[in-house]
Design a protein around this ligand. Structure first.
Ligand code: NAD
Length: 256
């Protein structure tokens, strides 16, 4: 880790600039920490993380959805729908601007809160699904999560597919679910990338936590230490919005 903060932001900016100049690829990998400044609690932050109130591996598990749907729709589902009014913060906005300016080629996100899309990011791999959509387990209907929300509010648990009446569920990857196609796409993109900019992830949920091992240049912005800090070129233990603003400043020579 570098001790001179000012040089560190410049170092990240120079890495992004050099890779852009050489027509290489840089990607961001984000986790729940990028959205805490939008008011959505993460899992593992001491004091505020959801882990302190519940066990997400139980509340948001495929097994509970399958075997105890009442429990899932009373607790886990409420957690998923609670994110819908959140708005992107400066960190999401800067990643969208970095993509627009050609410094990064996309964002791989573990988040399900839709905030990268709302901030204007165009290439987003949602490797843990999203809270916009739902699908049917019988006929493969795909529609808005709000359809399920209305049914659950009226006491219809589990909610039904509007087409065939089969069981419908949120398009979120729950603990115990297989990984979606987006993860394989993200994996291929990372294999070809020169740099991965991790923002707000404890890097403790696999298989996503394996991605940083695949790149030559690794930069980590996270409030607390991660298991991959030892192999990162730059580690910034500070708020995502602050660190990204300083990096963006050095790239563009202006404030946001
Ligand atoms: P995590 O909770 O395990 O780790 C979040 C990390 O972010 C922590 O290490 C914390 O120190 C750091 N952090 C918190 N606020 C920060 C800030 N302002 N700036 C920089 N760092 C900050 O989250 P994870 O690694 O994403 O893995 C947990 C799983 O949680 C993911 O699978 C994700 O799907 C799910 N999740 C998503 C959301 C969301 O969509 N917003 C919210 C909670 C959990």
């Amino acid at each position: 880790m570098n001790s001179c903060r000012e040089d560190v932001y410049q170092k990240v900016a120079a890495l992004l600039q050099n890779i852009k100049n050489k027509r290489g690829a840089s990607l961001a990998l984000t986790g729940a920490g990028i959205s805490t400044e939008s008011g959505i609690p993460d899992f593992r932050s001491p004091g505020s993380g959801l882990w302190e109130q519940m066990d997400p591996m139980e509340t948001l598990s495929a097994q509970v959805l399958r075997e105890r749907p009442e429990e899932f729709y009373i607790r886990g589902f409420r957690l998923l729908t609670s994110m819908k009014d959140a708005t992107p913060n400066l960190a999401h906005q800067i990643l969208a601007k970095l993509e627009e300016a050609g410094y990064i080629q996309g964002v791989i996100t573990q988040n399900i809160d839709n905030l990268h899309h709302l901030a204007g990011s165009r290439r987003v791999w949602e490797v843990h699904g999203n809270t916009r959509e739902a699908y049917c387990l019988s006929c493969r209907w795909r529609g808005a999560l709000s359809e399920l929300e209305q049914q659950v509010a009226q006491g219809s648990i589990p909610p039904r597919c509007p087409l065939c009446g089969g069981n419908a569920r949120p398009a979120v990857v729950l603990f115990g679910d297989p990984m979606p196609v987006a993860f394989n796409e993200a994996l291929e993109a990372v294999k070809k990338a020169d740099l991965l900019l991790v923002v707000g992830s404890s890097l403790s949920v696999y298989p996503v936590a394996y991605l940083p091992e695949l790149v030559r240049h690794l930069v980590i912005i996270n409030l607390t230490p991660t298991p991959q800090d030892y192999r990162a070129e730059v580690v910034l233990h500070e708020k995502a919005s602050q660190a990204l603003a300083k990096i963006y400043d050095r790239l563009e020579g202006k404030g946001l």
